[in-house]
Design a protein around this ligand. Structure first.
Ligand code: PRP
Length: 200
C-alpha cells in the first residue's frame, strides 16, 4: 500500500511521473534544533576561532546556510563540486573534480560540510585532497549518516542524525534534482503499491 498521507507527509503526482509519496523522516523543527546543537559543539571545540566552511555542492547548501548562521563568530565559505562513479558495493571509488575551491585552506580551521555520508568514498577523496593542502584543522560535519552503507574508512566529527538505508530527499538532497527545497528530510516511495523502487 502507498505510504499513508498524513499531515506530516508531502504527497505529489507531478505530470505523467509515477506517483511519488514522501514520508517525513526528520522534520524541519528537529533539523533546526540539531543544527543548533551541532553549532554549539563545533564552537565549543573552536571558540572564537575563524572557521572556514567548505560546502560540497550541491546537497550541502541548505545545511551550510543554517549551520553558518548558528555558528556565529567569524565564518567564511567556499564550495567544491565532485562527482562519484558507481555508488553500489562494487564501486571503484573513483571521484571526479568538477569545481575546486576558490581560495587556499593552508593554515585555516576548515570544516567540511556534507548533507549525507553514504559509502564515504566522496569524503575519503576530499579529506586526502584537503590534508595535502595543510589546513590548521580539518573537521567534518554531516547532517545525515547512513552508517550501514559505509565502504571507506571515514567518519564525521559532527553528525546530525544516523539514518537507515532509505532513499532520502529534502533539505538539500534531491531525487533527479527535485525536492532539494523541501524543509524536511523525507523518504521517497514510488508506485501505487508504495513499494520502494529506488536503489541508492
Ligand atoms: C551526495 C552527498 C555526498 C555524496 C555522499 O552527493 O552530497 O557528496 O553523495 O556519497 P558517498 O558517501 O557514497 O560518497 P551527490 O553525488 O548526490 O551530489 P549532490 O550533492 O549534488 O546531490
Amino acid at each position: 500500500m502507498p505510504t499513508k498521507a498524513t499531515k506530516r507527509s508531502h504527497r505529489v503526482k507531478p505530470g505523467q511521473r509515477e506517483e511519488e509519496t514522501l514520508r517525513v523522516l526528520i522534520s524541519h523543527q528537529r533539523i533546526r534544533e540539531r543544527v543548533r546543537q551541532m553549532a554549539q559543539e563545533i564552537r565549543r571545540d573552536f571558540p572564537k576561532e575563524p572557521i572556514h566552511l567548505i560546502g560540497v555542492l550541491k546537497g550541502s547548501v541548505l545545511f551550510l546556510a543554517d549551520l553558518a548562521r548558528e555558528l556565529g563568530g567569524e565564518v567564511s565559505f567556499d564550495f567544491i563540486s565532485v562527482s562519484s562513479y558507481g555508488k553500489g558495493m562494487d564501486s571503484t571509488g573513483e571521484v571526479k573534480m568538477n569545481k575546486d575551491l576558490d581560495v587556499s585552506i593552508e593554515g585555516r580551521s576548515v570544516l567540511v560540510v556534507e548533507d549525507i555520508l553514504d559509502t564515504g568514498l566522496t569524503l575519503k577523496y576530499l579529506l586526502l585532497l584537503f590534508e595535502e593542502r595543510k589546513p590548521k584543522h580539518l573537521r567534518v560535519a554531516v547532517l545525515l549518516d547512513k552508517v550501514e552503507r559505509r565502504i571507506a574508512d571515514v567518519k564525521a566529527d559532527y553528525t546530525g542524525f544516523v539514518i537507515p538505508n532509505e532513499f532520502v530527499v529534502g533539505y538539500g538532497l534531491d531525487y533527479d534534482e527535485r525536492y532539494r527545497n523541501l524543509p524536511d528530510v523525507c523518504v521517497v516511495r514510488l508506485g501505487p503499491r508504495g513499494k520502494t523502487k529506488i536503489e541508492v
